[in-house]
Design a protein around this ligand. Structure first.
Ligand SMILES: Cc1cc2nc3c(=O)[nH]c(=O)nc-3n(C[C@H](O)[C@H](O)[C@H](O)COP(=O)(O)OP(=O)(O)OC[C@H]3O[C@@H](n4cnc5c(N)ncnc54)[C@H](O)[C@@H]3O)c2cc1C
Length: 389
């Protein structure tokens, strides 16, 4: 057994240390968040990167230079590294600050436009993303294509000067507020021998004629998700993203950004902070708290290692899948611990505090292991990467 294990590839890149400048940046972000909290601008919530839509807060982050940090200066960004961005995002998530408005644009649209976008596309979107003024969604999933994106049926038909999109996207977080999204569509007939061929990505401005956005309420009754229907939506050639027919490879690259960040283990961190507050002075809970904190620290080391690898220009798809699987299960463990260690029932109507955070977390928890690719599917990716299937 040992010899088999020693022959397997390392699942996570070597540890990454944050550069010395990170401490000053972290202190600055913390001071800003403390100021905002003290002024009552928002109160911490669980799962803020899905539910905390606050355009004022996002624009304020843009003003302070904390969005588009890895986007080059010539496109309105700040030319910094993935690790600088990591420090800012982990502080925002740990505080439960409202980051949903810019989340997708800042996390994956910016880097993807730098990688695959045309000069015109970069100039059109990147400065506004870095300023916190342009919001994006992700249009990948469809009613019969979530895990299996090769089954995407939205059709792109070539017409004079561009393409016409017809089909339905589902579970599109934030589409009702967003300016645009990346839609994955079939631009060539399906080839059963190579299901990944013939897919392309298009940048769809969500106010285009023929786009209909319909709400899908969450368990809480809140509106974050949408069904987005295209009825012969015209997409000019200038809005094709990257290579025609190269959509599969592009989407896979995008998912490495999506899967490994601190949002995959910090969605319920504000609940953990509140839990620790409730447990102060309560004996008999030290063992469970110690277990949670040590798991958290390990996950952070792993996620940071992936960020370090992204910073060096690698695409650590396998490691990102490992972090997402372990991290999202950990988010649920915090919810379980909060429910079993404290006798306060969840209360979605509470203004703030433990009962409200617990209610948020309980009602959002079913999505943690689904979004961005289900854990079962991620384990399949890991097994394949390890040569086990
Ligand atoms: C909170 C949240 C936000 C989301 N936001 C977005 C968004 O903004 N944009 C977007 O495009 N999508 C979004 N999604 C959709 C999400 O990416 C999909 O739900 C996910 O990829 C799973 O696809 P599915 O729902 O079609 O399930 P299916 O693919 O139908 O899977 C159903 C079940 O079968 C299992 N399964 C499927 N294939 C395999 C396999 N090969 N091996 C083992 N088990 C398998 C799955 O694990 C799962 O348990 C969001 C989802 C959630 C929960």
């Amino acid at each position: 057994m040992t010899s088999t294990l020693s022959r397997l590839p390392a699942l996570v890149p070597p540890p990454t240390e944050l550069p010395p400048r990170a401490a000053a940046l972290r202190a600055e972000v913390r001071a800003f968040l403390a100021e905002e909290r003290a002024a009552g601008a928002w109160s911490p919530r669980a799962d803020v990167w899905l539910s905390g839509w606050d355009e004022r807060f996002t624009r304020e982050l843009g003003r302070r230079g904390w969005l588009g940090m890895t986007i080059p200066v010539e496109y309105g960004g700040h030319g910094l590294g993935a690790l600088d961005r990591y420090v800012v995002t982990e502080e925002l998530l740990a505080a439960g600050a409202p980051v949903a408005a810019h989340w997708v644009a800042d996390r994956q649209i910016g880097p993807t436009l730098m990688r695959f976008g045309t000069e015109e596309q970069r100039r059109r979107y990147l400065p506004r993303i870095a300023a916190g003024e342009c919001y994006f969604g992700i249009g990948m999933s469809e009613p019969d294509a979530g895990s299996d994106l090769a089954a995407v049926r939205t059709k792109a038909v070539q017409v004079d000067g561009g393409w016409e999109l017809t089909g339905t996207k589902v579970w599109t977080s934030g589409a009702h507020h967003a300016h645009a999204f990346f839609a994955l569509a079939r631009s060539a007939p399906k080839d059963d021998a190579n299901r990944h061929a013939g897919l392309s990505q298009f940048i769809v401005d969500l106010d285009s004629p023929g786009v209909q956005i319909r709400p899908i309420p969450l368990l809480t009754g809140a509106h974050h998700f949408n069904e987005v229907v295209f009825d012969r939506v015209f997409i000019p050639d200038a809005q094709v993203l990257g290579e025609l027919g190269g959509g599969w490879a592009q989407v896979t690259g995008e998912l490495a950004f999506e899967r490994s960040g601190p949002e995959r283990f910090l969605s319920t961190f504000p609940l953990l902070t509140a839990l620790l507050g409730e447990l102060t002075g309560v004996s008999g809970t030290e063992r469970e708290v110690g277990r949670i904190v040590s798991r958290l620290w390990t996950l952070r080391r792993m996620s940071l290692a992936v960020a370090g690898s992204l910073e060096s220009g690698e695409a650590p798809e396998l490691a990102a899948a490992v972090v997402k699987d372990l991290g999202t299960r950990f988010e649920n463990e915090i919810v379980d611990a909060a429910r079993t260690l404290v006798a306060i029932p969840p209360d979605p109507g509470a203004e703030s505090g433990f009962a409200r955070l617990l209610a948020d977390a309980v009602l959002h928890a079913p999505g943690f292991t689904l979004r961005g690719g289900t854990n079962e599917v991620l384990r399949g990716i890991v097994a394949r990467g390890m040569g086990l299937r």
